[in-house]
Design a protein around this ligand. Structure first.
Ligand code: AMP
Length: 282
């Protein structure tokens, strides 16, 4: 039987309600153009619950005016194959943004301090858009668990806090970053990279390695570790947007780079902006 696809919010709510007769429901929200990283979330969902609902929606509310909304890559047929292969039960792919944002729409979810540094500072309004759409997906699905990648670690923390603060009843579960063999974190936006630019793409995972090695050798100063990562990335002619050591829970700058810290990186490869992060301790 081919994978069921629903395109309206009404049908999505009903499909989730019906599926919950079989037990828990796991939700995997995505913007599509799926890869093995997304599939790892679907597989984790299938381990947790008999029903896994995947959503595919390029959410206009989380893109800034000068960002890549109109050219964001899309391939619904390919995505459906990948969902099925990874064990999804059904897919919600809204037919148009109006399905999620009808003309009378006016309420938004405003996250707190976790959403302020890094992506929040560089992409004003981004996390408001993310929180609003994810709150809507949680409300429609009433999923017991939702799976998100550590690739977007700040997003994961912001959403965990939102679910807690608003008593949404959905457990927000993070899963490890899936990488290409050369270390590049998988991303739908990697499709933008030209062959030449792609060669310097692993710079960020090299920077993570260098920072870990420095921590192993006794370096504990967050500013020096950030600067080291920046230097490693810039060696490869990649423009750094930020390179910061932050606490994995509070996302604040720690007094020293202890084992609970992560290095967060954003860099431009040509015109494409990619992010990465990783733990500094083991
Ligand atoms: P996106 O379609 O980019 O909005 O991503 C949907 C979900 O997939 C988010 O929770 C991302 O963090 C997660 N994700 C994206 N890339 C990866 C990756 N390389 N490994 C694991 N999860 C990922």
């Amino acid at each position: 039987m081919p994978l069921a696809v629903v395109t309206s919010a009404h049908d999505f709510r009903r499909a989730c309600q019906e599926a919950r007769v079989d037990g828990e429901l796991a939700l995997v929200p995505t913007m599509g153009y799926l890869h093995a990283g997304h599939q790892s979330l679907i597989r984790a969902g299938a381990q947790r619950a008999p029903t896994v609902a995947v959503t595919i929606f390029v959410n206009p509310a989380q893109f800034g005016p000068s960002e890549d909304l109109s050219r964001y890559p899309r391939d619904l047929q390919g995505d459906l194959r990948k969902c099925e292969e990874a064990g999804a039960t059904f897919v919600f792919a809204p037919g148009s943004p109006v399905e999620m944002y009808p003309p009378e729409f006016q309420t938004r979810v405003e996250p707190g301090p976790l959403a302020q540094p890094m992506e929040g500072e560089k992409r004003p309004g981004h996390f408001r858009g993310v929180c609003t759409i994810v709150a809507k997906l949680f409300a429609l699905s009433r999923a017991e668990a939702a799976f998100f990648g550590e690739k977007d670690f700040q997003q994961l923390r912001v959403l965990q806090q939102m679910a807690l603060d608003l008593n949404l009843g959905t457990e927000v579960i993070g899963r490890p970053i899936v990488r290409e063999p050369d270390g590049l974190a998988m991303s739908s936006r990697n499709a933008y990279l030209s062959r030449v630019v792609r060669l310097s793409a692993p710079a960020r995972s090299k920077a993570l390695q260098a920072a870990r090695t420095a921590v192993g050798a006794g370096e504990i100063d967050p500013a020096r570790l950030g600067a080291l990562a920046r230097d490693v990335i810039e060696e490869d002619d990649v423009k750094v947007d930020y390179a910061e050591v932050r606490d994995a829970v509070t996302l604040e700058t720690p007094g020293c780079a202890i084992s609970t810290s992560r290095l967060f990186l954003a860099a431009f490869l040509g015109k494409t902006r990619l992010i990465d992060n990783g733990a500094l301790g083991e």
